[in-house]
Write a protein that binds this ligand. Structure first.
Ligand SMILES: C[S@@+](CC[C@H](N)C(=O)[O-])C[C@H]1O[C@@H](n2cnc3c(N)ncnc32)[C@H](O)[C@@H]1O
Length: 183
């Protein structure tokens, strides 16, 4: 008790005090990011979309989810609505190979969770909508390593990205974009 009381009353170094005074208004890292643009490819019934939309609600942003099956998309809408998150997420029904190229937007995070055979093609389309610092999370790369091993290898060999396989659950390939394709 006495020790913590004396630690609490010890004066802080001047440098720390001056940084604290400046931080809220002048350091870039203290500024709130304006929006988080999130893309999910393979929306299914909305389970992951609910987590992503909850993040978008906090950060300020929006989730776009792509789902080929109209019945699943209907359930997606109902589940996201029940979670109270419809203002932060929407689903586009159709084949992502067709709907994704038609989206005129850029994204900060992509969750790739559709047909495993399509990951490479979908990544290539999504890549045109990613700026430096964007993150692509591809699911199932270890549970479907026979199909997705080539996807992980391609990302890790790509000098415009940095990519790592994370042995979490069914395996995630986390790929961060180093070079903006629009530059
Ligand atoms: C593993 S589930 C997605 C699960 C969802 N991300 C979640 O965690 O809640 C894969 C989904 O991708 C959808 N899908 C498969 N191929 C697709 C395509 N070409 N375009 C859009 N959606 C596709 C399937 O209909 C299925 O609902």
């Amino acid at each position: 008790m006495r020790a913590s009381a004396s630690r609490g009353s010890r004066p802080r170094p001047a440098r720390v005090r001056s940084l604290r005074r400046r931080a809220p208004s002048s350091t870039p890292c203290a500024r709130r990011r304006p929006i988080a643009r999130l893309l999910e490819i393979g929306g299914s019934h909305g389970y992951s979309a609910i987590w992503l939309a909850a993040a978008a609600r906090i950060l300020g942003g929006r989730v776009v989810s792509l789902e080929i099956d109209p019945d699943r998309a209907e359930t997606w809408r109902a589940n996201v609505a029940e979670a109270g998150l419809s203002d932060w997420a929407g689903v586009i029904v159709g084949d992502a190979l067709e709907t994704l190229p038609a989206i005129d937007d850029v994204f900060d995070v992509v969750f790739l969770d559709a047909e495993k055979e399509l990951y490479e093609s979908l990544f290539r389309i999504a890549r045109t909508k990613l700026e430096t610092g964007a993150l692509v999370v591809a699911d199932n790369v270890l549970s479907h390593v026979a199909t997705l091993g080539a996807y992980s290898a391609a990302r890790q060999a790509d000098p415009t990205c940095v990519s790592v396989t994370v042995p979490l659950d069914r395996g995630l390939e986390l790929t961060s974009v180093l070079i903006d394709p629009l530059l």
